[in-house]
Design a protein around this ligand. Structure first.
Ligand code: BG6
Length: 470
């Protein structure tokens, strides 16, 4: 729809940016931190591990000062479960509590709203050894961890996110590096884990409302509009299939506490249905999110499945959809350009996604990731001319404003990432930040912080509340 006049971004709009603990902090074994599945996992050859990352653990004050200089109203970060409970459960590590207390206080002293993700891919390894999310004891461990977070930080944290991209952990866990693809019956196992994570999330949401009545909590999946390759009815059906399995399965459960019928029928067809114990559905129905946080990078385009083996040729990654036999087949969208890493760039798809979620759930929406991974180049005089990133973000923010004018209740925009950090599976060379961190894949150099061109641009965007996007 064309609008004669655009609505402005709300006055208290949460402009900010995001990171996650294991990708930015480093200090992987300091101050009592336990090992996570990431610390113990393999990372692709030719890419760095996560031991030092951007060393934010030691640079957090300097980093937050830079966020404040950009004018951030909010900062979305995750807490490393293994800093709080080195073994996932049991004794609390006081130094872990102290670190996040300091971080939160530092943000608040700069008038930056902390937005906390409770779990972002880094499950404690001790829990993994006991079966991880396949073991229902992990649900209790998560609830206990959530209680500890609410009791220690709930007096200052008003926005909580439960689990980052649960859908990507289930659909692309091997690409992200958190699932061993050699496990037998992997999909069946994963959908059991999925069910258990849903329960853990529901319990955390309920607990948050009990312990922190003034706080808000929501899920944080990766959501993207799915297009049919053509107007052929079979292609349209395939797009709806993928959307039910990839998007709505996760949000219908978080919001309504139910498996949507198409996703359930898919699980039945494939033999992946999880075991649901007595009382589970009541727990799932008994939790209500206050808002939906979501990560958006791209859209997917699919055609009807030919029901042959072709779809099994590759696993893809979070944003590269290949297909699934009998369900859908990923195709290239001829209207979209791609990033250097092959992710399709679709700002209008961002508006589509926002509007679709608004129609379906009618809840406030918070963008917790969106951004461009690129090979940035540090030039003479500490200059990084990342015009491509500015262009990407500008176009998405324009579409966000159009979506607000369409009636979407968007409360904030926190792109990925506040500062350079390690990508999930493509190393440090794939940079997303407004702040350049002076290190290479394997050479840590001096880890100096350098303002990119996008830093100055975003500062102006925030100071004008999204009016000046030039
Ligand atoms: C999301 C994750 O999938 O995308 C982040 O929540 C991740 O952790 C981001 O870094 C970008 O993906 P990648 O693979 O380029 O790091």
């Amino acid at each position: 729809m064309y609008h004669k006049k655009l609505k402005p971004f709300p006055k208290d709009f949460l402009w900010g940016a995001s990171t996650s603990a294991y990708q930015v902090e480093g200090a992987y074994n300091e101050d009592g931190k336990g090992m996570s599945v990431i610390d113990m996992g393999k990372h692709p050859e030719g890419t760095t591990d996560f031991k030092v990352a951007s060393d934010h653990y030691h640079h957090y004050k300097e980093d937050i000062a830079l966020f404040a200089e950009m004018g951030f109203k909010a900062y979305r970060f995750s807490i490393a479960w293994t800093r709080i409970f080195p073994e996932g459960t049991g004794e609390v590590n006081p130094k872990g509590i102290a670190f996040y207390n300091d971080l939160i206080n530092e943000l608040i002293s700069h008038n930056i709203e902390p937005i906390v993700t409770m779990y972002h891919f880094d499950l404690p390894y001790a829990l993994q050894q006991k079966g991880g999310w396949s073991n229902r004891e992990t649900i209790d461990a998560f609830e206990n961890y959530a209680r500890t977070l609410f009791l220690n930080f709930g007096d200052r944290v008003k926005y909580w996110l439960t689990i980052n991209e649960q859908n990507m952990m289930i659909l692309h866990g091997a690409a992200i590096g958190i699932v061993d693809k050699n496990v037998k019956n992997i999909e069946k196992e994963l959908y059991q884990q999925n069910h258990n994570m849903f329960l853990a999330q529901a319990k955390a949401m309920k607990l948050c409302h009990e312990l922190c009545p003034n706080a808000k909590i929501g899920p944080a999946p990766n959501i993207s509009a799915i297009y049919p390759a053509s107007s052929k009815p079979e292609d349209v059906l395939a797009a709806a299939n993928l959307s039910s399995i990839r998007n709505w399965l996760y949000l219908d459960m978080a919001v309504f506490g139910r498996y949507n019928s198409k996703a359930w029928s898919y699980l039945e067809e494939k033999g992946y249905t999880p075991e649901i114990k007595d009382g589970d559905m009541e727990i799932l129905k008994g939790a209500n999110p206050d808002f939906i946080a979501f990560n958006y990078y791209s859209t997917s385009t699919v055609a009807e499945s030919k029901n042959d083996e072709w779809d099994k040729t590759s696993i893809g990654d979070q944003q590269i959809v290949i297909g699934e036999q009998g369900v859908y087949r990923g195709v290239k969208n001829p209207y979209l350009e791609k990033t250097q890493f092959g992710w399709e760039i679709d700002p209008v798809g961002f508006r589509n996604t926002l509007c679709e979620m608004n129609e379906r759930y009618n809840l406030p929406l918070l963008v917790t990731e969106n951004g461009l991974g690129a090979f940035d180049k540090l030039e003479e005089g500490d200059v990084v001319n990342d015009d491509y990133r500015i262009d990407f973000l500008r176009k998405h923010i324009e579409q966000a404003q159009l979506a607000i004018t369409d009636g979407v209740k968007l409360i904030g925009y926190c792109p990925w990432s506040a500062i350079d950090l390690v990508s999930t599976h493509q190393g440090f060379a794939k940079r997303y930040g407004f702040i350049y961190v002076n290190r290479d894949e394997f050479d840590l150099k001096d880890l100096r912080r350098i303002r990119k061109k996008s830093f100055y641009w975003y500062k102006k965007v925030i100071s004008t509340n999204g009016e000046d996007l030039k």
